[in-house]
Design a protein around this ligand. Sequence first.
Ligand code: HEM
Length: 179
Amino acid sequence: MTRRSAAVLLLAITLAGPLPGCASGPSPDLYQAFGGQPGLVSLVDDLMDGMMRDPDLHPYFVNANRPHIKAELVAQFCATLGGPCEYQGMDMRMAHARYGIGDHEFNALVRALQNAMDGHHIPYAAQNRFLAMLAPYRDDVVHPAPPPRARPPLVIAPDAVAVPETVPTEGLGNKPSGT
Ligand code: HEM
């Protein structure tokens, strides 16, 4: 399957939901197709490197705790694929809510993941099963930009600060010395 048709498949699955009867759930075989735990650690390393090279994704991760995110991604990918792990990280909606991530960035991350999976020679059928499992996260990750924080109007009582109408010409302490 070409990259373009894989992207079309992912979009179709996102819109229509998983096909009934399709082998789409987690399984130990699928986890093994990704090389088990060492394969996932290496895949996520390459994914993060790819995201850091992508100008659309770089700003989101440059100041983030990347070792922590990578560890959580490994656990999440392992659990999603059917490996012997439990994801105990943040809820996806909570983790991403404050970043104002759009469809454009989500698609960029999917491309970075496809590139990393290609680099690891993961069979296309396994790639597509995994992408279909991640597709439902789109709704949790993509948020409109957060609204600007509304400031209450500044109200100053008319007599709060006494400002002289005119600046006094004397008594400013700058008389010549010796007088
Ligand atoms: C299928 C898509 C995605 C998945 C499965 C995913 C997964 C995760 C996971 C597991 C974490 C760690 C949560 C924790 O700290 O417990 C995380 C954090 C994060 N993700 Fe994503 N993510 C996805 C898409 C994106 C996209 C598209 C962006 C931005 C372009 C993004 C930016 C971030 C950032 C900045 C954090 C750090 C959050 C923080 O510590 O404040 N993610 N993501």
